[in-house]
Write a new protein. Sequence first.
Length: 364
Amino acid sequence: MNNNIVKLQAYLRRRKIDGMLITEPSNRRYLSGYTAPDHGIQETSGVLLVPAKGAPFLLTDSRFLLQAEEEASGYIIRQYKKGLFSLLQQILPALKIRSLAFESHYFLHSSALRMEKMAKKIKVKLVPIVGRVEQMRVIKSEEEIKGLKKSQHLNERVFQLVYSTIEPGMSEIEIGLAMELTMRELGAEKPSFDTIVAFGTNAAKPHAVPTDRILQSGELVLIDMGLVLDGYCSDMTRTFIAGKPNETYLERLRVVRKAQLAGIKALRAGVICRDVDRAARKVKGNTGCGDFFGHGLGGGVGLAVHEAPSLTQRSRKKLRAGMVVTIEPGIYLPEWGGIRLENMAVVREDGCELLNEDVTGMDI
């Protein structure tokens, strides 16, 4: 039985809870190694049932049975033919589970109502829990950090290959598709999020969706991209000019880079998240661009591309060694465009370790 399951079971025993259902896909993979994806919260590829003592279960249907048996080592695999709750109605009494925790942040209300009805029949108390496994995932092991570094290095390689082909006349969609195709060709499972490619004024939208806009010579290009490699996500943003950069662009790029460096310098174990954000934001505040940086400085990355901690102006969480975060300051001017630079870093006791090989992204 893996150590993560042991930790979760110890937590359940401390809380005097007999078992827990795990439905969130990244948590399921973290605890079991089972990689089958969900096609939305309404259609699961499997649910973990973790008793406070004894072997855990993976409950799934016939579509995923073979994969579950291959991947979920140490798990008892059970197939449900008449639905999840019908199977639970049989298993829970057999395991003497009288209190059952569930991930209330990743459970449809309609499913919760059905489960409540089932629980009443077999006299099981339901205990809603938020973010327990996510808290376990916040601190990465050195093996996980190695996986995140490999993912980010492949992400950089994809960018460099496609970057060398970008020229005026290409569309945002065309470049985005090239990025995602190259990711798959080089061994990635998939993009970790929909690739962002934005030209000119479109780059003023932090989460721009690629369009059929055609790249013009001398125009600004912002690309935000990430991929999944062996389960681990990467995330990186680069901004450049298609042609010779002008002084306005270079001046603003330097400001963003200085803000990023300030955030990196502030990043270490024991520091409050908002103080890292504040260090980067202070740089732009002194240039008059601070009002155009609306999002937080960064956030956690792991099996999911967005997880704890959050480097925002409001977060009072304290950073701990082993956390992996993005540092991604930006400037967004609606009539001009936007610049964002993003790298990933591991929080260490005495500072941080950047996971990117190309830490600047572009000559500045």
